[in-house]
Design a binder for this molecule. Structure first.
Ligand code: AKG
Ligand code: FE2
Length: 392
């Protein structure tokens, strides 16, 4: 039994169960019904094979670290123009990182550090609010954006709270005028007062970085830099603020269970508390991603895996929690418009030597099926890209 003084006053009440001794109402005084400990609710407990190991594995050098400063000095070459050597070297690094890991970290990315500081402060301020205040902007079936503390991944509850928002018209998610369109409207909390502005300003900068990374990825596939940009007219990108409270049993629960990101790419900012693990392709080992100040963790999602016809793979990742510190992260999920058909890119397919490995699917349908599963009683497996894989 873990004896634990909850270091976080605002912890979601449904995360913890009070273990009491004696009969009667729980009380902190006297012997009858005395609270002995707070323990994790059973819904959070992972099957033994998915629990984090007691030791953290750190790969030598970790996931690749790529310096994007050439982008601050040179434009990305379009129309097959020759690239300056510094840009070509950077493209080669991105190619190797996507192929070997599906993950990398970037520095000198051009996003002003104060924008990240502001959104992190806004996130911490929001999650520290009393529950009644956070529930004012709660997500549900009719309001798909805002606050939630009940997400499940792979049918086990995640030890986290989230806040989701989009930074442009919901047309990227649904046909204008439909109920769904209105379901993708932002809900902004009253507090902290700077919250909305910090979120919107940061999202605009993250979106610019996402387009640069998209163009680099196109170059790594031997395509013109802007080949993929058209899929992002009416984009369905969204941002999430993740808050992982301290957990009394970090060896039993996960902040976010193992998963792959479904979209094109994710730009993740993490604070200085570590917890993100990436599954290394070579041996299936979970490797910890060490936080580097003012850097971003980038990963290619399932759509890049399909576009590249498996040249790149979207890597599995998860988040571990700890008993002392809360952790915050801010992912920007860069996604195409809901009406985009996802399939291997025709330039990379040759029916004789490298046939398409996936059948085409509609991004909006895929995304909706994923999102709806958050509101169902957990059970059954979520939609995955291997459901569209052609028989070999
Ligand atoms: O919090 C993190 O480090 C990762 C978050 C993540 O993978 C996600 O929200 O999809
Ligand atoms: Fe993720």
């Amino acid at each position: 039994m873990v004896q634990w003084n909850n270091p976080c006053k605002n912890i979601v009440p449904s995360f913890l169960r009070k273990e009491t001794k004696g009969k009667g109402k729980p009380t902190h005084s006297g012997t009858k019904g005395k609270i002995m400990a707070f323990v994790v609710e059973p819904a959070f407990i992972q099957a033994p094979e998915h629990r984090p190991k007691p030791t953290i594995t750190e790969a030598a050098g970790g996931i690749p670290l790529i310096d994007l400063s050439p982008l601050l000095h040179y434009p990305i070459p379009v129309d097959g123009g020759a690239a300056p050597p510094a840009v070509s070297a950077m493209v080669a690094e991105v190619e190797a990182a996507c192929r070997e890991w599906g993950f990398f970290q970037v520095i000198n990315h051009g996003v002003p550090s104060e924008l990240l500081d502001n959104i992190m402060a806004a996130a911490k301020g929001f999650f520290a609010l009393p529950m009644e205040e956070k529930r004012q902007v709660k997500r549900d079936k009719a309001k798909l954006l805002g606050y939630d503390d009940t997400e499940h991944t792979k049918n086990v509850r995640d030890w986290k709270e989230v806040f989701d928002f989009i930074f442009q018209d919901p047309a990227g998610f649904a046909e204008p005028g439909t109920d769904e369109y209105y379901a993708f409207k932002n809900q902004w909390p009253k507090y902290p007062p700077s919250f909305k502005e910090a979120c919107e300003t940061y999202a605009t900068a993250a979106n610019e970085l996402a387009f640069k990374l998209l163009e680099l990825i196109a170059l790594t596939l031997g395509l013109p830099a802007k080949r993929l940009n058209g899929f992002f007219k009416d984009q369905s990108s969204f941002m999430r603020l993740n808050y992982y409270p301290p957990c009394p049993s970090p060896h039993l629960a996960l902040g976010l269970n193992r998963h792959k990101d479904a979209g094109v790419l994710t730009i993740l900012a993490q604070d200085d508390v570590e917890g993100l693990d990436v599954k290394r392709r070579s041996d299936g080992e979970w490797i910890r991603v060490k936080p580097i100040p003012n850097s971003y963790v980038i990963n290619v999602g399932d759509i890049v895996q399909v576009w590249s016809n498996d040249k790149y793979e979207s890597a599995e990742h998860r988040v571990c929690v700890n008993s002392e510190k809360a952790r915050c992260s801010v992912p920007f999920f860069f996604n195409p418009a809901h009406y985009v058909t996802v399939q291997p890119l025709e330039e990379l397919i040759d029916e004789k030597n490298s046939p398409a490995k996936y059948n085409a699917y509609n991004w909006g349908e895929f995304f909706k099926t994923r999102k709806n599963s958050n509101f169902k009683k957990p059970g059954g497996e979520n939609i995955q890209i291997y459901h569209f894989k052609k028989a070999e």
